[in-house]
Design a protein around this ligand. Structure first.
Ligand SMILES: *Cc1c(COP(=O)(O)O)cnc(C)c1O
Length: 852
């Protein structure tokens, strides 16, 4: 052809985003949309929803996007609606009233670091429980006026959204976030340009934007590297939550810790306590050490100050779940720090090693333990597990003697109690139920409420849940289940009169989602009993790298499509905070079946409690404590382990679940009276609300943190930093003196008037004398008798008894202990010499030990 058919160049498209401009009268909505306070204030949330219910859902409950997309017509309509305008005014007044309350000055200020925050559905910077906990925590900091600043990441893709293929395979979709449509604000410099944080990385600077999320009175600052000042190699640091390889992970953790501290400095924020939520953020203490050293302090003194003002909360009960970095990788990123700190590379590596001077990889958790005075697990049981897990870090002490403590996780009541329940509580129990939510007395009124009213609440919430499933999942299921008639059947079968059991969580294998499917025939009989119908709802994501977890989801979807289970076992795709809220408020029973003791705490069951939903769970994490508060307020699988073989144990646990359902739970639920409900079931609900829910509120949790950690630490920090760090310097000098002399301390003589290793009778007295050459530490040593009980070839520490110093002659110190043998049994004993200084917070603060 001589002439081309057409000729054109590529179109030059220019982006234009037309946002609706809010008229002056609606400006309060703009302010409200820029503070997440609406998330937990139902009047505000419902207000946004009622501006345009379809748009509200379509935006994933995002008020910023909602306001940007409201049509002019609707804006006019709202302004001409006096009732709407009045609602806006009322909510805005409530907000201003809330914001006018000052932060408390009588408790320490806190900087809180976390990789993820689950605050609301539209801010995709969380993956699961850890994030939701952090989000709930900072909301409570706002409610309780705790002066806290939080640091995290603004992820471009966040965590994935989940869909399922026709054959039940999980599909992970990563959707880029448009930051202009999120309830966040970019921090700017004096000239209105984006504020740029410079974070020195090896051989280059990494630049970060800083975004602010207003969480009530609280500020959350988010770092973001995804812009053109960074290389293609560094921009993705803040792309994904728990994505990428180990190198990306160390870059993230470097940015969170080091960059986080630099961001706080740049913003002029100087809080007293530094709280690392999980080990990811531990490098924050590396930067803090540098800051003190650059102020002119020596490394040991700097470490005293850093330690005394920091707390590490561990959430992972197994060593394999912690972050370890190869020495080479650690060196690539951290090699400049020893020089800046005046220590050697080996010194720095050893701070992250359970076995100093070994080939151990650099463990973030060990580094956190070595740079934080205090550490805690997230339930009583997990505290015990953590003591054992970390015992190797302080080898002179047994796990029973560990200083590692615990605070049991809670949930933010105003976020997780349904708005219907919140109104109900306000009406029946009074507002004290919010202001004093951690006080069981504030909840006592629940026992006076009429059974029928509780039942009506439950029915309302169940119907709301069922409507949600019908509305939101029909389209999804039609798309991925192929057969429309099957979808209709499922929708028809969802039955508000059935006992509905919910199971929703990450599909990590330890959570044992498969347990229920161990005996399909028995399960089929349970769900197909015409008289006592039962339905199970499942939801949850598996990490994209977790093949086994994804296999579980596939298996459950396959089972849910078998004729005998259709509409009886239902899987809801894309577990997120919206689905979670509908589930924990809408089902009758919340089921949890983790392998003990791998559920560090678990929090979804706590959300259920405050919504009259009963727990049926393994005695692990929080339920180990919760169930014990009232055993007539839920159900538990025993904590006794019968089999060491896990598959045998799984079979036994499954059989126990079936029989408890068949013999106890289902009959109880269907023991309905003439009014259509089971009075005994209502008793269970009342007891769970009255006796259990108050203990698992965020208010209780934040009070525990303040009392057990923030206040004691801040007090000690103030003390050791007074007078230009006088005491910190003294303690540091003392530790150095002890360390230098320690190996020269000699045991000269051990004598006892009774040989305890011979058969001895309880009640017999003995006197032991030990002479030490203290090598210059005559005033710094203490000695104790340490006793273990031996039972079934296992030792457990009974305790220790201190020796008295009976004479000092220069370097020669004579210790003596006169005591009596007490309880009968088989024991072992030894003598433990250690450096003693009343200014230390606990033994693990300086764990030098000499066994004699
Ligand atoms: C509460 C919550 C979790 C945590 O639940 P667990 O009981 O710890 O498994 C996870 N994901 C979402 C979306 C939640 O709301």
């Amino acid at each position: 052809m001589k002439l081309p058919v057409s000729k054109t160049n590529a179109p030059v498209w220019r982006d234009i985003t037309v946002k609706s401009v809010l008229p002056e009268a609606l400006k309060p909505l703009e302010t409200l949309s820029r503070n997440l306070w609406w998330v937990w204030n139902s009047a505000a949330k419902n207000l946004f929803r009622d501006l345009d219910a379809d748009l509200w859902r379509a935006t994933g409950e995002n008020p910023v996007m909602l306001l940007q997309q409201l049509s002019n017509e609707r804006l006019e309509e709202i302004m001409n609606d006096p009732e709407m305008m009045e609602r806006i005014k009322v909510v805005f007044d409530m907000f201003n009233d809330y914001m006018s309350k000052p932060m408390r000055k009588d408790i320490p200020s806190v900087s809180y670091f976390s990789m993820e925050y689950g605050l609301c559905n539209c801010l995709k910077i969380y993956s699961g429980g850890l994030g939701v906990l952090a989000g709930d925590y900072i909301k409570e900091a706002s409610d309780s006026c705790v002066d806290m600043t939080a640091i995290g990441f603004l992820y471009r893709y966040g965590y994935f959204t989940q869909s399922l293929s026709v054959d039940g395979q999980q599909i992970a979709n990563y959707e880029p976030q448009n930051f202009n449509q999120l309830p966040i604000e970019q921090m700017t410099d004096g000239n209105g340009h984006p504020m740029i944080l410079e974070v020195p990385f090896p051989g280059r600077i990494i630049y970060s934007h800083i975004w602010r999320v207003n969480v009530g009175r609280m500020k959350l600052y988010l770092l973001d590297t995804d812009f053109d000042m960074n290389s293609e190699w560094d921009r993705p640091i803040t792309h994904q939550l728990y994505g990428g390889d180990w190198e990306n992970r160390i870059k993230q953790e470097y940015l969170l810790g080091i960059g986080g501290v630099l961001a706080l400095k740049k913003l002029g924020i100087h809080n007293t306590i530094y709280h690392a939520n999980e080990g990811h953020a531990a490098l924050l203490n590396l930067q803090r050490l540098v800051d003190y050293v650059e102020k002119g302090l020596d490394f040991t003194t700097a470490l005293e100050l850093v330690r005394s003002s920091s707390l590490y909360t561990v959430h992972t009960p197994v060593p394999a779940g912690h972050d370890y970095f190869d020495e080479g990788l650690a060196h690539k990123y951290l090699n400049e720090f020893p020089g800046r700190l005046g220590i050697t590379w080996q010194d720095l590596m050893n701070m992250g090693r359970e076995n100093p001077d070994s080939q151990d990889r650099f463990s973030m958790s060990v580094f956190a333990l070595n740079t934080c005075q205090e550490a805690n697990g997230v339930s009583w049981l997990h505290g015990e597990v953590s003591k054992k897990m970390f015992a190797g870090v302080w080898k002179g002490y047994s796990w029973e003697e560990s200083h590692v403590g615990y605070v049991t996780n809670g949930v933010h009541m105003p976020t997780w109690a349904a708005s219907e329940w919140k109104s109900f509580y306000a009406e029946k129990l009074g507002d004290q139920v919010f202001s004093h939510q951690s006080d069981p007395k504030a909840w006592e009124g629940i026992f006076k409420v009429k059974d029928e009213e509780i039942w009506n609440m439950r029915t309302t919430m169940k119907n709301k849940f069922i409507n949600f499933v019908k509305r939101d999942f029909k389209a999804k299921w039609l798309a991925n289940q192929g057969d429309p008639s099957a979808v209709i059947k499922i929708l028809e079968r969802i039955n508000p009169n059935a006992l509905i059991i919910g199971f929703a969580r990450r599909f990590a294998t330890y959570k044992r989602a498969h347990l229920l499917f161990t005996d399909l025939d028995r399960l089929a009989r349970i769900v197909n009993n015409e008289q006592f119908p039962v339905q199970f709802i499942f939801s949850g994501k598996a990490h994209p790298a977790d093949g086994a977890g994804q296999g579980l989801i596939k298996r459950i979807t396959e089972i849910s499509r078998m004729p005998q289970f259709q509409g009886k076992i239902i899987f809801l795709e894309d577990y997120n905070m919206i689905v979670a809220k509908r589930l924990v408020t809408g089902v009758d029973i919340w089921l949890n079946t983790p392998t003990r003791p791998l559920e560090a705490s678990g929090t979804s069951g706590e959300k259920a409690e405050m919504n009259g939903v009963l727990n049926f769970s393994v005695l692990d994490g929080w339920w180990y404590e919760g169930y014990r508060l009232d055993e007539k307020a839920g159900w538990a699988l025993t904590d006794k382990r019968t089999f060491t073989d896990q598959s045998q144990q799984d079979k036994l646990d499954a059989a126990t679940i079936y029989s408890m359902l068949e013999n106890e739970i289902i009959p109880l639920y269907f023991a309905k009276n003439s009014k259509g409900y089971s009075p005994e079931w209502i008793q269970y609900i009342k007891r769970s609300i009255g006796h259990i829910a108050p203990q698992y509120t965020m208010q209780r949790m934040i009070e525990d943190y303040i009392e057990r950690f923030y206040e004691p630490e801040a007090k000690r920090f103030d003390k050791i930093s007074a007078d230009s760090f006088k005491l910190a310097k003294e303690i540091a000098a003392w530790k150095e003196k002890v360390a230098a002399a320690w190996d020269g301390v000699k045991v000269l003589e051990v004598s006892t008037d009774r040989d305890l290793s011979q058969h001895t009778n309880s009640g017999e007295a003995f006197t032991t004398t030990i002479k030490i050459d203290a090598n210059g530490l005559a005033d710094d040593l203490a000695l104790e008798l340490v006793i273990d009980k031996v039972h079934d070839n296992q030792e457990s520490r009974v305790g220790s008894v201190p020796f008295k110093v009976v004479s000092k002659d220069g370097n020669i110190v004579t210790f003596q202990l006169a005591d009596k043998l007490r309880d009968p049994g088989v024991f072992r004993y030894s003598y433990r010499l250690y450096p003693s200084n009343p200014e230390l917070p606990h033994r693990q603060d300086f764990a030098f030990v000499r066994w004699i």
